[in-house]
Each structure stands twice: as structure tokens, then as C-alpha cells.
Design a binder for this molecule. Structure first.
Ligand code: FES
Length: 114
């Protein structure tokens, strides 16, 4: 699976998309668990992990506000990013992940942080 992820140092820096490959993605993983897997690999390689906001991971708080393939929280209507599962994507898909671009959710580091 290919991920194109917006990386930005802080709200004043210009950002860009960087491409990552993730393997061993289970259909039962949540979207955030898939990013956790990527982050573990980045940390082992001494690279900065993807920073993203989250709290409950139960679909309650709304903090996991990523834009996935151009849609807030991804492809499923009424489903938050943390409740989105990888079974909603196909093996070999390319997924574009961007911050929630709103003044009230400034990009503080890397992907986004509210
Ligand atoms: S982390 Fe709370 S709704 Fe996603």
C-alpha cells in the first residue's frame, strides 16, 4: 500500500507530500493503527514519525481529523478516521493523507495537530 502524506514542519513552513510504502496491513486494522505501523518503522529508521491528533479512538471526540483521499475522515459517511478500517481500501491502493486545513486546526507539526 502506498501512502502520500503531507509533511510540514510547522504552520509557517511550506510543506509537501512524501511517499511511504506500508506492508503487512490487515483489513481489520483501523486507519490510525495502520499509521502506527508506519510510525514504528520510521522511528526504527530514526526518521520523524507522522504526527496526528487523536484522543478516544472510539469515534466520539472527533480529534482524528485527517483528510483522506480528499474527503474529511475518509470515504465512509459518518465514520471518523479512527473508526475507518483498512478493509475499506484495496491492496495496492494509493492513499492521500492531508491535514484538516482550517484556521481553528493549525498545522503544528508534520501531518497535523489540533
Ligand atoms: S480519536 Fe476520537 S473520534 Fe477519532
Amino acid at each position: 500500500m502506498t501512502l502520500k502524506i503531507w509533511r510540514q514542519e510547522n504552520s509557517n513552513a511550506s510543506g509537501n507530500f512524501q511517499t511511504y510504502q506500508v506492508s503487512d496491513v490487515s483489513p481489520d486494522m483501523s486507519f490510525l493503527e495502520m499509521i502506527d505501523v508506519l510510525n514504528e518503522k520510521l522511528i526504527v529508521k530514526n526518521e520523524d514519525p507522522i504526527a496526528f491528533d487523536h484522543d478516544c479512538r472510539e469515534g466520539i471526540c472527533g480529534m482524528c481529523s485527517m483528510v483522506i483521499n480528499g474527503r474529511p475522515h475518509g470515504p465512509l459517511k459518518g465514520v471518523t478516521t479512527c473508526q475507518l478500517h483498512m478493509r475499506s481500501f484495496k491492496e495496492g491502493d494509493t492513499i492521500v493523507i492531508e491535514p484538516w486545513r482550517a484556521n481553528s486546526f493549525p498545522c503544528l507539526k508534520r501531518l497535523n495537530s489540533g
